[in-house]
Design a protein around this ligand. Structure first.
Ligand code: NIG
Ligand code: FE
Length: 401
């Protein structure tokens, strides 16, 4: 089934820099893949087309890729937000038994149906702003059954909604109450559950929270060894609140990405560059926790580390459902250019998930497209609190409904 879109302003992001803008562009999809892209006037006559659409000069980008979310959970943490406004820090609250662990209690108490309905509503909000690929982490179950349950909800989102969902096993997110004072034993358990969850098809990658209030580099290493033994790629929540040397460790394991990175050292930047690991920056968490230490953007850029941007949607540090606001904040708070921000949520977001088939509008990539009521792609990072997305098109395999 060939579908042709004509009269579009295509933001292809072809090549390593620039917007790759094609004024009066045309794009043809064959099943779920892009079969032809170029200037409307160069369209080959012999192109066999079943349906044709005139986009009336609208701007078209690749589908957005939100490569870091914690979308499946019960409850909210609005009361904790109030405590933080009164002066308590995120770490204080976590140490006092709140924080992630309070969301674990709410998640365990929620039914499958409640977890799915809440996650579905969140996914639909992200899709309304152009997301076509979404990573979802576990990490609010923290026992085998509840980690499996939350990962299964993520898989179901991918089956039932028009988007790709990848899953990441983040049981090493916090210490559950039943393991209080026994963090090494908890890591043993996390390592024990992993092969079974993987065998059920629930795990695409493995992540950990390497932090003073999370797990040590030595514990993270044990988990990464277990991931490697199963052939699973790793990612890491690293250097968010302090420099634990997590990026060095992640690079040693050729991690797909290292995420947060406010406290990343020079040696950490060099290690990411050598390993080709993506730096995923999360301006929503930086903003919402009122952090002041900026990630070393200039050093990452100079070293050629690919930078991705994501929502980090979660109830504690980034309760946002606006990928576009993250593009804006990546520029205002982290000083990315609008082009770097968009590449961060397309080309480099794909790379942070190990996906090579999306992120640009070039032949052979997935035909995941977003149509915007905008004049120029820089406006994606310019407006905030406005949604100019008019249509999301997700490539469908030939024969699919
Ligand atoms: O990415 N830093 C650890 N994990 C999340 C926050 C989780 C939570 O507070 O519930 C993050 O910021
Ligand atoms: Fe996170």
């Amino acid at each position: 089934m060939r579908t042709l879109w004509r009269n579009a302003r295509l933001v292809t992001l072809a090549g390593d820099r620039g917007w790759g803008l094609i004024e009066r562009g045309a794009l043809a999809a064959d099943g779920e893949r892009i079969a032809w892209v170029g200037a409307d006037e160069d369209l080959p006559r012999e192109l066999d087309v079943q349906s044709e659409h005139d986009l009336d000069g609208a701007l078209v980008t690749p589908g957005l890729i939100d490569c870091h979310t914690h979308l499946v959970y019960g409850g909210s943490r609005a009361a904790e937000f109030e405590l933080r406004l009164q002066g308590a820090s995120y770490e204080d609250i976590a140490r006092a038994g709140g924080g992630i662990v309070s969301t674990v209690a709410a998640t365990r108490a929620a039914s499958d149906r409640q977890l799915f309905d809440a996650a579905r509503a969140r996914a639909l909000a992200l899709m309304a702003e152009g997301v076509t690929t979404l990573e979802v982490k576990s990490g609010y179950g923290l026992d085998e059954a509840n980690e499996a349950r939350t990962l299964a909800v993520a898989r179901r989102l991918g089956r039932e909604l028009a988007l790709t969902v990848t899953t990441t096993y983040l049981a090493a997110h916090a210490l559950p109450p039943e393991f209080a004072g026994r963090s090494d034993a908890y890591i043993d358990a996390v390592i024990d559950w992993l092969p079974r969850l993987h065998a059920q098809g629930l795990v695409d990658a493995v992540d950990a929270f390497c932090e003073r209030i999370g797990f040590t580099p030595a514990q993270t290493r044990r988990l990464f060894d277990a991931a490697r033994a199963l052939g699973l790629p790793v990612k890491l929540h690293a250097e968010q609140l302090s420099d634990q040397g997590g990026a060095l460790l992640a690079a040693e394991f050729n991690a797909l990405s290292c995420d947060h990175l406010e406290y990343l050292s020079e040696a950490g930047v060099a290690a990411l560059a050598r390993a080709g690991t993506v730096a995923v920056l999360l301006p929503g968490a930086f903003y919402f926790l009122r952090e002041t230490k900026l990630p070393p953007v200039a050093a990452l850029r100079d070293a050629g580390v690919p930078i991705a941007i994501a929502t980090d949607h979660n109830p504690g540090s980034s309760p946002t459902l606006s990928p576009l606001l993250m593009l804006n904040m990546a520029c205002t708070l982290f000083r990315l250019t609008p082009e770097e921000a968009l590449r961060g949520m397309t080309v480099n977001g794909a790379r942070a998930l190990g996906l090579r088939d999306r992120g640009r509008l070039v032949v052979g990539q997935r035909a995941d497209l977003v149509v915007w009521d905008l004049e120029h792609p820089r406006e994606l990072a310019y407006w905030f609190g406005r949604n100019p997305c008019t249509r999301v098109i997700v490539g469908r395999a030939a024969g699919a409904q």
